[in-house]
Design a protein around this ligand. Structure first.
Ligand code: FAD
Length: 357
């Protein structure tokens, strides 16, 4: 496809209205980040007094359009074709370009997932506009500038950079999963579904999806309500069994810092932070973790943070709701035993939420 220019000189942005979320799914099952982005998009759209739009591309995907409305979209553009069952860069990016040209959203947001990054990257090569990758904060300046303020950590997470795209539309960003909150699902919510037709010559699409091999890992840190994370202070692989026991008692998952992953004590799928997962569970235990910014950027939005560290000056305490100064090898088994004896399961959450861990 030749380069496509949405705007040239003397732009008049008044034709561009609305915040559009590109809904990501795997064979009809949405990625949570899409609904999280709709939640954040709702705030931006309300501030701009503009509609919240969603784009669903797939095969037999009307249920996703309905879900998008239930999660806050005012209008959903639905493009369906058998060739669109699985994500492929070329057809998906061509559809996005066509929809953006017709609908003219002022802001487009994608999940900063492997697929979202691939798609947004492919699209931006055809548009004379910017793309801010991996955002953790989004805001807008209201009328008249209507600028998207897309913020992301920069310089090894030592500072936040807010990036503006003043010259072109749409303003585009990818945003991390787990950072923003989805609205409660409201199936009774109503909205408009606009069907757009598209036909493809399968032969013209170079990439073929032969098979899907699901990930062997069953770790789902983004969706865990309780995470018990360990750091270098654990001292070795064996000590992680102690964290597993506490996590099991609370119905949670085990996470880790990069130091623990690099030491080979746990797999990378459990790493939390800048180069790992971004999580926001209801309850997060930081055990033997110092609180480096590259780690905290991935967990600081947790509802309740309980930290256990023998160093009273450990930076992790600055972002913790409960600070336990002590030897983790004594504290963790004591907490686990107490939970097992008194309550067990998620009732710990209720106690913590009420202010009494
Ligand atoms: P440490 O900083 O060594 O802290 C160990 C803590 O354990 C100390 O506070 C100590 O007091 C405590 N401790 C020791 N023994 C005990 C005990 N018996 N009882 C109680 N407390 C004890 N890190 C991440 O986690 N995630 C990332 O995604 C990530 N990405 C990075 C990306 C880049 C580009 C860079 C440069 C770094 C990244 N890092 C990341 C690494 C990060 O900078 C830190 O080095 C790392 O988070 C430190 O891990 P830690 O807290 O486990 O170890």
């Amino acid at each position: 496809m030749s380069e496509e220019r949405l705007e040239t000189a003397a732009p008049d942005w008044s034709a561009y209205r609305g915040v559009m979320i590109v809904v990501e799914h795997r064979r009809g099952t949405a990625k949570k980040v899409s609904w999280q982005l709709l939640g954040e998009g709702r705030k931006l759209a309300d501030k701009l007094e503009a509609p919240l739009l969603a784009l669903v591309i797939g095969h037999q995907a009307e249920h996703l359009a309905q879900e998008a409305i239930a999660y806050g979209a005012d209008r959903v553009y639905l493009v369906e074709a058998p060739e669109l069952l699985d994500y492929r860069t070329r057809p998906y990016s061509e559809i996005c370009l066509k929809v953006f040209r017709e609908v003219k959203p002022e802001i487009v947001l994608y999940g900063a997932t492997a697929t979202g990054r691939d798609l947004a990257g492919a699209i931006v090569t055809h548009l004379p506009t910017g793309l801010t990758a991996d955002c953790t904060e989004l805001d807008v300046e209201p009328h008249p500038s209507r600028l998207l303020m897309a913020s992301r950590p920069a310089f090894s997470e030592k500072m936040m950079a807010t990036i503006l795209c003043k010259q072109y539309r749409p303003q585009m960003a990818t945003a991390r999963a787990g950072v923003f909150q989805a609205l409660p699902k409201a199936p009774e919510r109503t909205g408009e579904i606009v069907r757009m037709t598209e036909t493809f010559e399968e032969a013209s699409i170079a990439a073929k999806v032969l098979d899907f091999i699901e990930e062997v890992s069953h770790v789902n840190l983004e969706e865990a309500e309780v995470i018990v994370a360990g750091g270098r202070g654990m001292g070795g692989l064996e000590a992680f069994a102690m964290l597993r026991e506490l996590a099991d008692a609370l119905g949670g998952e085990v996470g880790a810092t990069r130091a623990a992953v690099d030491a080979g004590w746990v797999g990378h799928e459990r790493q939390i932070g800048q180069t790992g997962h971004t999580v926001r569970p209801k309850l997060f235990f930081a055990v033997g973790i110092s609180g480096a910014v590259q780690h905290t950027v991935g967990m600081q939005s947790s509802d309740i943070i309980v930290s256990i560290n023998k160093d009273p000056e450990a930076p992790i305490f600055q972002i913790s709701h409960y600070a336990i100064v002590g030897d983790l090898f004594q504290v963790v088994p004591a907490i686990t035993a107490e939970i097992k004896a008194r309550r067990g399961g998620l009732s710990m959450l209720e106690t913590a939420a009420a202010g009494g861990v």
